[in-house]
Design a protein around this ligand. Structure first.
Ligand code: UD2
Ligand code: MN
Length: 583
């Protein structure tokens, strides 16, 4: 097994939205008063039902609120006939196909088309209806928006920046920081400087060597002056009213880390596509990010509406706001993470286990181009880079559950000679200093629907034909009449593929005999492969001795145990555990 390393879009079954839009239908009209940024706060002090006001009771905060500003400063004049205007699907004539293909690899999306679409095009306001009526506080904190990029396509980078400038209330946008992670195209540097010089709020930070997105974000955060950091990918379009709902959550509680709904900018026709409601970010083993839709039952039980924040076990990674001081209290990101991947797991576990919360805010929406491949190069092997990042996260945050991570196909990672995951002392210290809760607490409280049994199988290990069981007595392995009441016959089959009793592991001994050793995760001969996932099937127990597959085998009389080269039909080589927990 190799870890899945492509980032997939949320589910989208709502197809009808954008594709035949146009000026009248789909782009919600914005009131003139909404465009007035010297806003006149509404004189209401009541918040939306369901909002919590807990952190307001403490300080002497200004409780004045106003209706969320549904700003879109590009509304007029606007060329309604421009390609891709209003987020509708754009098509290229068939004689242009060659061009499309030629330029695809520059970004792994339709770069040719993107270059023809206005940099400040309108997109449909896809927020649920109630969102435009929501109230937010007048004294929200300001934010620094941080984009890091490497070799990003010119038109998408600029469109990302324009979408922030045009759809964020100016008084809340402290600055936009562009961190150029050592892009290779030197000829685009000066044009970018020149282009951005017309926007006093945009700053460009250039890294002197390739750092990867994690350290590039850290470099951006280090110079940020806003009270809140807002991270975005460099091929996005922020939708109408996207910012205030995020800042409102941070304002209510500085330990909330809000993320917008990530919508889809189609990589082929550049249309802006809605995604399904009620999706949250989750992970599966081995720490692979995914989306899952809340169950009807959960929605009913919690009386949820389409505009309520959705608590997420993990965030997708690219788009979120976080109180700057809180970000640093949490130790920011592990700077030992390279290039791409794993940082979303790290910050998610850290936030939840150390007292914070991650949520998706349905009234905040940002479109993102999901690309089939990374358009930039990885300095080292891509797969190994991501696996190494994940191993760092697992070692620091997963406690005994890290075996589930390794056990889902990462055996080569265990061999530290193959992958050096680097020093973790500081990360482990940080977790202690912050007095963060255990991973078990996280599973029980934040992600209770996650299936995470610590063992794959347990109980007696027996050969059905012979009705005899493995037994560990006085430090040696024997083969006895099965007896459930004897603790000496109880073994765990773990995610590390160990057949173990407490700290002792069954392993090959001299000359095809068997031995028992202190378990060692890094020692490959302690691992036994066993396919069965249910108690009805007997299967081999295979270990590898000097690159040969050897199977545990009982002597024909049922009195001995030894290793032999595996044979498919040999019943003396077939074993079962009494209970299988998972596979
Ligand atoms: C997702 C996240 C991304 C990040 C990643 C896991 C979203 C929308 N995207 O993958 O933000 O969390 O999962 O790590 O949630 N970049 C650099 N230097 C590099 C590599 C990338 O600056 O060495 C930039 C890149 O130009 C882009 C951003 O980092 O702006 C994210 O990279 P991506 O778009 O390739 O990641 P994505 O969307 O597949
Ligand atoms: Mn991206």
């Amino acid at each position: 097994h190799r870890v899945e390393t492509t980032f997939k879009p949320p589910k989208n079954n709502v197809k009808e939205v954008v594709n035949n839009g146009g000026e009248k239908g789909l782009v919600r009209k914005v009131n003139k008063t909404d465009l007035n940024t010297e806003k006149q706060p509404l004189k209401s002090t009541s918040l939306q039902a369901g909002e919590d006001t807990k952190s307001n009771s403490t300080g002497a905060r200004n409780l004045a609120v106003h209706k969320v500003l549904s700003l879109d400063m590009t509304l007029a004049p606007r060329d309604a006939n421009a390609v891709g205007q209003f987020g509708v699907a754009a098509f290229v004539a068939s004689n242009e196909d060659v061009e499309v293909r030629k330029r695809w690899d520059e970004g792994h999306f339709n770069v040719y088309l993107s270059d023809q679409i206005p940099l400040d095009r309108a997109i449909p306001d896809t927020r649920p209806d109630m969102c435009a009526q929501n109230l937010v506080h007048d004294d929200l904190p300001s934010t620094s928006v941080i984009f890091c990029f490497v070799d990003e396509v010119w038109s998408t980078l600029l469109r990302s920046v324009h979408s922030v400038l045009n759809r964020s209330p100016p008084h809340l946008l402290k600055e936009i920081i562009l961190v150029d992670d050592f892009s290779t195209k030197d000829n685009l540097k000066q044009p970018l400087d020149e282009y951005m010089s017309q926007f006093p709020k945009v700053r460009i930070v250039r890294l002197k060597e390739r750092q990867g997105l994690i350290r590039a974000r850290l470099a951006g955060a280090a110079v940020a002056q806003g009270e809140v950091l807002t991270f975005l990918d460099s091929h996005i379009e922020c939708n109408v009213g996207w910012l205030e709902p995020l800042l409102e959550r941070v304002y209510l509680d500085r330990k909330k880390v809000p993320c917008p709904v990530i919508e889809v900018i189609n990589d082929k026709d550049m249309s802006y596509m809605l995604v399904d409601n009620f999706q949250r970010g989750i992970f599966k083993w081995p720490l692979v990010f995914g989306w899952s839709t809340l169950t009807e039952e959960h929605i009913k039980k919690n009386n949820m509406t389409v505009t309520d924040p959705i608590r997420c076990p993990v965030m997708a990674g690219g788009l979120f706001s976080i109180d700057k001081k809180y970000f640093y209290e949490l130790g920011a990101y592990d700077p030992g993470l390279d290039v791409w991947g794993g940082e979303n797991m790290e910050i998610s576990f850290k936030i939840w286990m150390c007292g914070g919360e991650i949520e998706i805010i349905p009234c905040s929406r940002v479109g993102h181009i999901f690309r089939g491949q990374n358009p930039y190069k990885f300095p080292k092997d891509r797969q190994k880079t991501v696996e190494r990042n994940l191993a760092r996260v697992a070692e620091v945050w997963l406690d005994e559950y890290k075996d589930l991570f390794y056990g889902h196909g990462y055996h080569h990672l265990l061999d530290r000679k193959v992958i050096n995951i680097g020093n973790l002392t500081e990360q482990i210290e940080l977790r202690k200093r912050l007095k963060c809760k255990s991973f078990k607490w996280y599973l029980d409280n934040v992600y209770p629907d996650m299936d995470a049994p610590l063992v794959v199988a347990e109980g007696l290990v027996f050969n059905r034909g012979l009705r005899k069981c493995l037994s560990l007595q006085n430090g040696s392995l024997t083969f006895d009449i099965c007896d459930l009441s004897k603790q000496s016959q109880h073994f765990n089959y773990t995610w590390m593929r160990h057949i173990r009793q407490q700290d002792m592991c069954v392993a090959p001994g001299k000359e095809n005999s068997l031995a028992v050793h202190l378990c060692d995760n890094t020692n490959s001969v302690h691992r036994w492969f066993h396919k069965s996932s249910n108690s009805a099937m007997a299967e081999h127990l295979v270990t590898v001795v000097v690159s040969q597959s050897m199977c545990l085998e009982a002597g024909p009389q049922g009195d001995t145990l030894h290793l032999n080269p595996c044979e498919t039909r040999n019943a003396l080589q077939k074993w079962q555990f009494t209970h299988y927990r998972a596979q």
